[in-house]
Design a protein around this ligand. Structure first.
Ligand SMILES: NC(=O)c1ccc[n+]([C@@H]2O[C@H](COP(=O)([O-])OP(=O)(O)OC[C@H]3O[C@@H](n4cnc5c(N)ncnc54)[C@H](OP(=O)(O)O)[C@@H]3O)[C@@H](O)[C@H]2O)c1
Length: 359
Protein backbone atom coordinates (compact mmCIF):
# COMPACT_ATOMS: atom_id res chain seq x y z
CA UNK A 1 0.00 0.00 0.00
CA UNK A 2 1.16 3.54 -0.76
CA UNK A 3 1.67 5.12 2.63
CA UNK A 4 0.55 8.63 1.82
CA UNK A 5 -1.27 10.77 -0.70
CA UNK A 6 -0.18 14.13 -2.07
CA UNK A 7 -3.33 16.03 -3.10
CA UNK A 8 -2.78 19.08 -5.33
CA UNK A 9 0.33 17.35 -6.67
CA UNK A 10 0.23 19.23 -9.99
CA UNK A 11 0.35 22.74 -8.50
CA UNK A 12 3.56 24.77 -8.34
CA UNK A 13 4.28 23.64 -4.77
CA UNK A 14 2.77 20.17 -5.15
CA UNK A 15 5.29 19.35 -7.88
CA UNK A 16 8.20 20.46 -5.68
CA UNK A 17 6.90 18.30 -2.84
CA UNK A 18 6.45 15.30 -5.17
CA UNK A 19 10.02 15.67 -6.45
CA UNK A 20 11.44 16.13 -2.94
CA UNK A 21 9.50 13.06 -1.76
CA UNK A 22 10.85 10.85 -4.54
CA UNK A 23 14.40 12.07 -3.83
CA UNK A 24 13.99 10.89 -0.22
CA UNK A 25 12.77 7.49 -1.36
CA UNK A 26 9.01 7.95 -0.96
CA UNK A 27 6.35 6.76 -3.39
CA UNK A 28 3.32 8.96 -2.61
CA UNK A 29 0.03 8.45 -4.38
CA UNK A 30 -0.33 11.60 -6.49
CA UNK A 31 -3.81 13.12 -6.44
CA UNK A 32 -5.72 16.13 -7.70
CA UNK A 33 -8.81 17.03 -9.63
CA UNK A 34 -7.33 16.84 -13.14
CA UNK A 35 -6.38 13.49 -14.72
CA UNK A 36 -4.83 15.34 -17.67
CA UNK A 37 -2.39 17.14 -15.36
CA UNK A 38 -1.69 14.18 -13.09
CA UNK A 39 -0.91 11.55 -15.73
CA UNK A 40 2.27 13.15 -17.17
CA UNK A 41 3.64 14.06 -13.73
CA UNK A 42 3.01 10.55 -12.38
CA UNK A 43 4.59 8.97 -15.48
CA UNK A 44 7.67 11.20 -15.18
CA UNK A 45 8.12 10.30 -11.49
CA UNK A 46 6.99 6.66 -11.87
CA UNK A 47 4.19 7.02 -9.28
CA UNK A 48 0.56 5.89 -8.98
CA UNK A 49 -2.11 8.58 -9.32
CA UNK A 50 -5.79 9.15 -8.72
CA UNK A 51 -8.01 11.96 -10.02
CA UNK A 52 -10.83 12.93 -7.67
CA UNK A 53 -12.74 16.15 -7.08
CA UNK A 54 -13.03 17.60 -3.58
CA UNK A 55 -16.77 17.96 -4.34
CA UNK A 56 -17.11 14.17 -4.74
CA UNK A 57 -17.35 13.17 -1.05
CA UNK A 58 -17.64 9.40 -1.70
CA UNK A 59 -14.85 9.37 -4.29
CA UNK A 60 -12.64 11.38 -1.95
CA UNK A 61 -13.24 8.95 0.91
CA UNK A 62 -12.41 6.00 -1.35
CA UNK A 63 -9.16 7.67 -2.39
CA UNK A 64 -8.21 8.60 1.19
CA UNK A 65 -9.04 5.06 2.37
CA UNK A 66 -6.04 3.83 0.36
CA UNK A 67 -3.51 5.69 2.54
CA UNK A 68 -2.61 6.41 6.15
CA UNK A 69 -1.81 10.10 5.63
CA UNK A 70 -2.81 12.93 3.30
CA UNK A 71 -0.52 15.85 2.51
CA UNK A 72 -2.86 18.51 1.17
CA UNK A 73 -1.22 21.03 -1.19
CA UNK A 74 -4.27 22.35 -3.09
CA UNK A 75 -5.21 25.91 -2.20
CA UNK A 76 -6.68 28.45 -1.54
CA UNK A 77 -7.44 26.28 1.48
CA UNK A 78 -10.42 28.38 2.50
CA UNK A 79 -12.10 26.48 -0.36
CA UNK A 80 -10.31 23.14 -0.19
CA UNK A 81 -9.40 22.21 3.39
CA UNK A 82 -12.78 21.27 4.83
CA UNK A 83 -13.72 18.35 2.52
CA UNK A 84 -10.25 16.86 2.85
CA UNK A 85 -10.07 17.12 6.65
CA UNK A 86 -13.46 15.45 6.92
CA UNK A 87 -12.48 12.66 4.51
CA UNK A 88 -9.36 12.08 6.65
CA UNK A 89 -11.38 11.94 9.87
CA UNK A 90 -13.89 9.58 8.26
CA UNK A 91 -11.19 7.21 6.99
CA UNK A 92 -8.75 7.50 9.90
CA UNK A 93 -5.93 9.13 7.94
CA UNK A 94 -3.55 11.80 9.28
CA UNK A 95 -4.03 15.24 7.69
CA UNK A 96 -1.18 17.65 6.88
CA UNK A 97 -1.48 20.85 4.89
CA UNK A 98 0.60 23.86 3.89
CA UNK A 99 -1.91 26.60 4.45
CA UNK A 100 -1.10 29.91 6.10
CA UNK A 101 -4.78 30.90 6.23
CA UNK A 102 -5.88 31.70 9.78
CA UNK A 103 -9.58 30.70 9.35
CA UNK A 104 -8.39 27.26 8.20
CA UNK A 105 -6.19 26.88 11.30
CA UNK A 106 -9.22 27.77 13.41
CA UNK A 107 -11.36 25.18 11.62
CA UNK A 108 -8.68 22.52 12.12
CA UNK A 109 -8.15 23.31 15.84
CA UNK A 110 -11.94 23.09 16.24
CA UNK A 111 -11.65 19.42 15.21
CA UNK A 112 -9.04 18.55 17.86
CA UNK A 113 -11.35 16.29 19.91
CA UNK A 114 -12.69 14.55 16.81
CA UNK A 115 -9.11 13.85 15.69
CA UNK A 116 -8.11 12.46 19.11
CA UNK A 117 -11.16 10.19 19.15
CA UNK A 118 -10.33 8.98 15.64
CA UNK A 119 -6.65 8.51 16.53
CA UNK A 120 -5.26 10.82 13.85
CA UNK A 121 -3.09 13.95 13.76
CA UNK A 122 -4.26 17.17 12.10
CA UNK A 123 -1.33 19.41 11.23
CA UNK A 124 -1.89 22.62 9.33
CA UNK A 125 0.92 24.90 8.22
CA UNK A 126 3.73 22.41 7.65
CA UNK A 127 5.37 24.68 5.04
CA UNK A 128 7.51 27.80 5.26
CA UNK A 129 4.39 29.34 6.74
CA UNK A 130 4.68 28.38 9.66
CA UNK A 131 7.27 25.69 10.55
CA UNK A 132 10.37 27.93 10.87
CA UNK A 133 8.60 30.87 12.55
CA UNK A 134 6.59 28.64 14.90
CA UNK A 135 9.78 26.90 16.00
CA UNK A 136 11.64 30.19 16.47
CA UNK A 137 8.73 31.59 18.47
CA UNK A 138 8.74 28.50 20.70
CA UNK A 139 12.49 29.01 21.15
CA UNK A 140 12.25 32.66 22.30
CA UNK A 141 9.13 32.01 24.41
CA UNK A 142 10.96 29.21 26.26
CA UNK A 143 13.79 31.65 27.03
CA UNK A 144 11.42 34.24 28.55
CA UNK A 145 8.81 32.61 30.81
CA UNK A 146 5.86 34.93 31.43
CA UNK A 147 6.25 36.77 28.10
CA UNK A 148 3.04 38.53 27.14
CA UNK A 149 4.00 39.99 23.76
CA UNK A 150 5.34 38.45 20.63
CA UNK A 151 6.56 39.94 17.39
CA UNK A 152 7.59 37.83 14.43
CA UNK A 153 9.02 39.30 11.24
CA UNK A 154 9.36 37.40 7.95
CA UNK A 155 11.63 38.57 5.15
CA UNK A 156 11.09 36.14 2.29
CA UNK A 157 8.55 37.45 -0.18
CA UNK A 158 9.88 40.56 -1.82
CA UNK A 159 13.26 42.19 -2.11
CA UNK A 160 12.28 44.67 -4.81
CA UNK A 161 14.59 43.13 -7.45
CA UNK A 162 11.57 42.33 -9.65
CA UNK A 163 12.04 38.54 -9.47
CA UNK A 164 8.88 36.57 -8.62
CA UNK A 165 8.97 35.32 -5.05
CA UNK A 166 5.41 33.95 -4.79
CA UNK A 167 3.34 31.49 -6.81
CA UNK A 168 -0.09 32.06 -8.36
CA UNK A 169 -1.64 29.84 -5.69
CA UNK A 170 -0.11 31.88 -2.87
CA UNK A 171 -1.26 35.14 -4.49
CA UNK A 172 -4.82 33.85 -4.91
CA UNK A 173 -4.85 32.54 -1.34
CA UNK A 174 -3.80 35.99 -0.10
CA UNK A 175 -6.63 37.64 -2.09
CA UNK A 176 -9.18 35.22 -0.64
CA UNK A 177 -7.81 35.71 2.87
CA UNK A 178 -7.85 39.51 2.63
CA UNK A 179 -11.49 39.40 1.48
CA UNK A 180 -12.55 36.88 4.16
CA UNK A 181 -10.65 38.17 7.15
CA UNK A 182 -8.63 41.30 6.37
CA UNK A 183 -5.46 42.16 8.23
CA UNK A 184 -5.30 41.00 11.84
CA UNK A 185 -3.14 41.14 14.93
CA UNK A 186 -3.81 39.46 18.29
CA UNK A 187 -4.56 41.58 21.34
CA UNK A 188 -5.45 40.14 24.76
CA UNK A 189 -6.06 36.78 23.09
CA UNK A 190 -8.44 38.07 20.42
CA UNK A 191 -7.97 38.79 16.74
CA UNK A 192 -8.23 42.52 16.05
CA UNK A 193 -8.50 43.98 12.55
CA UNK A 194 -6.14 46.72 11.42
CA UNK A 195 -5.75 48.30 7.95
CA UNK A 196 -3.07 46.98 5.61
CA UNK A 197 -0.08 49.28 5.58
CA UNK A 198 -0.71 50.46 9.15
CA UNK A 199 2.14 50.73 11.67
CA UNK A 200 5.17 49.76 9.53
CA UNK A 201 8.44 49.41 11.46
CA UNK A 202 12.11 48.75 10.88
CA UNK A 203 13.64 45.55 12.20
CA UNK A 204 17.26 44.46 12.38
CA UNK A 205 18.33 41.14 10.87
CA UNK A 206 21.75 39.54 10.49
CA UNK A 207 21.59 40.57 6.79
CA UNK A 208 20.64 44.21 7.48
CA UNK A 209 17.67 46.35 8.41
CA UNK A 210 14.25 45.75 6.83
CA UNK A 211 10.99 47.72 6.72
CA UNK A 212 8.03 45.50 7.57
CA UNK A 213 4.31 45.92 8.09
CA UNK A 214 1.79 43.90 10.10
CA UNK A 215 0.25 41.10 8.03
CA UNK A 216 -2.10 38.17 8.68
CA UNK A 217 0.76 35.61 8.64
CA UNK A 218 -0.23 32.29 10.16
CA UNK A 219 1.69 32.87 13.41
CA UNK A 220 -0.99 35.29 14.62
CA UNK A 221 -3.10 32.16 15.22
CA UNK A 222 -0.54 29.38 15.43
CA UNK A 223 1.76 31.02 18.01
CA UNK A 224 -1.20 31.53 20.32
CA UNK A 225 -1.74 27.74 20.34
CA UNK A 226 1.99 27.06 20.62
CA UNK A 227 2.76 29.51 23.46
CA UNK A 228 -0.47 30.99 24.87
CA UNK A 229 1.06 34.48 24.52
CA UNK A 230 -1.96 36.80 24.14
CA UNK A 231 -0.47 39.69 22.11
CA UNK A 232 0.98 38.75 18.74
CA UNK A 233 1.90 40.83 15.71
CA UNK A 234 3.30 39.21 12.58
CA UNK A 235 5.19 41.45 10.14
CA UNK A 236 6.15 40.91 6.53
CA UNK A 237 9.14 42.79 5.10
CA UNK A 238 8.49 44.55 1.80
CA UNK A 239 10.33 47.14 -0.28
CA UNK A 240 9.51 50.66 1.07
CA UNK A 241 7.56 51.62 -2.11
CA UNK A 242 5.20 48.68 -1.61
CA UNK A 243 4.73 49.51 2.08
CA UNK A 244 3.88 53.09 0.99
CA UNK A 245 1.37 51.79 -1.56
CA UNK A 246 -0.28 49.60 1.09
CA UNK A 247 -0.47 52.59 3.43
CA UNK A 248 -2.43 54.49 0.74
CA UNK A 249 -4.74 51.65 -0.34
CA UNK A 250 -4.82 49.60 2.89
CA UNK A 251 -8.04 50.98 4.36
CA UNK A 252 -10.05 50.02 1.22
CA UNK A 253 -8.22 46.98 -0.15
CA UNK A 254 -10.47 44.50 1.71
CA UNK A 255 -13.62 46.22 0.45
CA UNK A 256 -12.35 46.19 -3.14
CA UNK A 257 -11.84 42.43 -2.94
CA UNK A 258 -15.21 41.62 -1.35
CA UNK A 259 -17.16 40.84 -4.56
CA UNK A 260 -16.43 37.23 -5.62
CA UNK A 261 -16.49 38.39 -9.28
CA UNK A 262 -13.58 40.78 -8.66
CA UNK A 263 -11.55 38.00 -7.03
CA UNK A 264 -12.37 35.62 -9.89
CA UNK A 265 -11.15 38.14 -12.48
CA UNK A 266 -8.04 38.92 -10.48
CA UNK A 267 -7.45 35.18 -10.01
CA UNK A 268 -7.57 34.63 -13.78
CA UNK A 269 -5.07 37.45 -14.28
CA UNK A 270 -2.84 35.97 -11.56
CA UNK A 271 -2.93 32.55 -13.27
CA UNK A 272 -1.79 34.19 -16.52
CA UNK A 273 0.84 36.50 -15.06
CA UNK A 274 2.32 34.85 -11.95
CA UNK A 275 4.59 31.90 -12.69
CA UNK A 276 6.15 31.50 -9.24
CA UNK A 277 9.86 31.73 -8.40
CA UNK A 278 12.11 30.39 -11.17
CA UNK A 279 14.49 27.53 -10.43
CA UNK A 280 17.36 30.04 -10.27
CA UNK A 281 15.51 32.17 -7.72
CA UNK A 282 14.64 29.07 -5.69
CA UNK A 283 18.24 27.91 -5.75
CA UNK A 284 19.82 31.19 -4.63
CA UNK A 285 17.00 32.64 -2.51
CA UNK A 286 17.33 33.06 1.24
CA UNK A 287 14.57 33.59 3.81
CA UNK A 288 14.88 35.30 7.16
CA UNK A 289 12.76 35.34 10.30
CA UNK A 290 13.09 37.35 13.50
CA UNK A 291 11.11 36.47 16.64
CA UNK A 292 10.96 38.61 19.76
CA UNK A 293 9.16 37.81 23.02
CA UNK A 294 8.73 40.59 25.61
CA UNK A 295 7.50 40.87 29.16
CA UNK A 296 5.83 43.70 31.07
CA UNK A 297 9.06 44.23 33.11
CA UNK A 298 10.86 45.24 29.89
CA UNK A 299 12.87 42.04 29.47
CA UNK A 300 12.92 40.42 26.08
CA UNK A 301 14.26 37.39 24.23
CA UNK A 302 15.10 37.61 20.56
CA UNK A 303 16.42 35.21 17.91
CA UNK A 304 16.77 35.02 14.13
CA UNK A 305 16.59 32.22 11.62
CA UNK A 306 18.09 32.10 8.15
CA UNK A 307 17.01 29.42 5.74
CA UNK A 308 16.66 28.53 2.07
CA UNK A 309 14.08 29.96 -0.35
CA UNK A 310 10.53 29.60 0.97
CA UNK A 311 9.11 27.13 -1.61
CA UNK A 312 12.23 24.95 -1.49
CA UNK A 313 11.94 24.99 2.28
CA UNK A 314 8.25 24.04 2.08
CA UNK A 315 9.03 21.00 -0.07
CA UNK A 316 11.96 19.93 2.11
CA UNK A 317 10.25 20.28 5.48
CA UNK A 318 6.91 18.86 4.30
CA UNK A 319 8.41 15.50 3.42
CA UNK A 320 10.20 15.41 6.79
CA UNK A 321 6.89 16.22 8.50
CA UNK A 322 5.26 13.26 6.72
CA UNK A 323 8.07 10.97 7.91
CA UNK A 324 7.78 12.21 11.49
CA UNK A 325 4.00 11.77 11.62
CA UNK A 326 4.05 8.29 10.07
CA UNK A 327 6.72 7.31 12.58
CA UNK A 328 4.92 8.69 15.66
CA UNK A 329 1.84 8.38 17.80
CA UNK A 330 0.83 12.05 17.35
CA UNK A 331 -2.89 12.63 17.79
CA UNK A 332 -5.19 15.65 17.62
CA UNK A 333 -4.76 19.12 16.12
CA UNK A 334 -1.23 20.36 16.76
CA UNK A 335 1.03 23.24 15.79
CA UNK A 336 4.31 22.32 14.09
CA UNK A 337 6.32 23.10 17.24
CA UNK A 338 3.93 21.08 19.43
CA UNK A 339 4.36 18.15 17.06
CA UNK A 340 8.05 18.39 16.21
CA UNK A 341 9.69 20.77 18.70
CA UNK A 342 11.43 24.14 18.34
CA UNK A 343 14.39 22.83 16.31
CA UNK A 344 12.58 21.00 13.50
CA UNK A 345 13.36 23.64 10.83
CA UNK A 346 17.09 23.24 11.56
CA UNK A 347 16.93 19.78 9.94
CA UNK A 348 16.72 21.46 6.53
CA UNK A 349 20.21 21.91 5.14
CA UNK A 350 21.17 25.59 4.89
CA UNK A 351 19.16 26.62 7.97
CA UNK A 352 20.82 28.48 10.84
CA UNK A 353 19.56 30.11 14.04
CA UNK A 354 21.20 33.23 15.56
CA UNK A 355 20.95 34.26 19.22
CA UNK A 356 22.47 37.68 18.57
CA UNK A 357 23.14 39.98 15.65
CA UNK A 358 26.64 39.63 14.23
CA UNK A 359 29.03 42.44 15.16
N1 LIG B 1 2.75 27.28 3.93
C1 LIG B 1 3.54 27.68 2.98
O1 LIG B 1 4.63 28.15 3.23
C2 LIG B 1 3.11 27.50 1.55
C3 LIG B 1 4.09 27.34 0.58
C4 LIG B 1 3.67 27.14 -0.73
C5 LIG B 1 2.31 27.15 -1.04
N2 LIG B 1 1.41 27.33 -0.05
C6 LIG B 1 -0.02 27.33 -0.34
O2 LIG B 1 -0.31 26.15 -1.08
C7 LIG B 1 -1.37 26.40 -1.98
C8 LIG B 1 -0.95 25.96 -3.36
O3 LIG B 1 0.09 26.79 -3.80
P1 LIG B 1 0.73 26.56 -5.25
O4 LIG B 1 1.90 27.43 -5.30
O5 LIG B 1 0.95 25.10 -5.50
O6 LIG B 1 -0.46 27.06 -6.19
P2 LIG B 1 -0.90 26.60 -7.64
O7 LIG B 1 0.29 26.38 -8.51
O8 LIG B 1 -1.93 27.57 -8.08
O9 LIG B 1 -1.56 25.17 -7.44
C9 LIG B 1 -2.78 25.03 -6.79
C10 LIG B 1 -3.16 23.57 -6.81
O10 LIG B 1 -4.39 23.44 -6.09
C11 LIG B 1 -5.35 22.81 -6.92
N3 LIG B 1 -6.68 23.30 -6.60
C12 LIG B 1 -7.06 24.58 -6.41
N4 LIG B 1 -8.36 24.64 -6.11
C13 LIG B 1 -8.80 23.36 -6.10
C14 LIG B 1 -10.07 22.77 -5.84
N5 LIG B 1 -11.14 23.49 -5.55
N6 LIG B 1 -10.16 21.43 -5.92
C15 LIG B 1 -9.09 20.66 -6.20
N7 LIG B 1 -7.87 21.17 -6.46
C16 LIG B 1 -7.73 22.51 -6.41
C17 LIG B 1 -4.93 23.16 -8.34
O11 LIG B 1 -5.50 22.24 -9.23
P3 LIG B 1 -5.70 22.60 -10.79
O12 LIG B 1 -4.31 22.62 -11.37
O13 LIG B 1 -6.54 21.52 -11.28
O14 LIG B 1 -6.34 23.97 -10.84
C18 LIG B 1 -3.42 23.04 -8.20
O15 LIG B 1 -3.03 21.67 -8.25
C19 LIG B 1 -1.68 27.89 -1.86
O16 LIG B 1 -2.78 28.04 -1.00
C20 LIG B 1 -0.45 28.48 -1.23
O17 LIG B 1 -0.70 29.64 -0.48
C21 LIG B 1 1.79 27.52 1.24
Amino acid sequence: MTEWMLYGATGYTGRLVAEAAVKRGHRPLLAGRSADKLRPLAERLGLEWVAVSLDDADGLRRAVAQVGLVYHAAGPFLHTAQPMVHACLAEGAHYLDITGEIPVYQMVFGLDSAARERGVALLSGVGFDVVPSDGLIRYVADRLPGADRLEVVVDALGTGDGAARVSAGTTKSMLELIAAQGNVVRRDGRLVRIPFGAAPRRFRFPHGERLAMPAPWGDVEMAYHSTGIPNITAYLAFPPTLVGLFALTGPVVGLMLKPAGVRRLLGQAVDRLVAGPSEAVRDRGRSWICARASRADGRRAEAWLETIEAYQFTAAIGVRAVERVLDSSLRGALTPSQAFGADFALEVEGTRRYDALPG
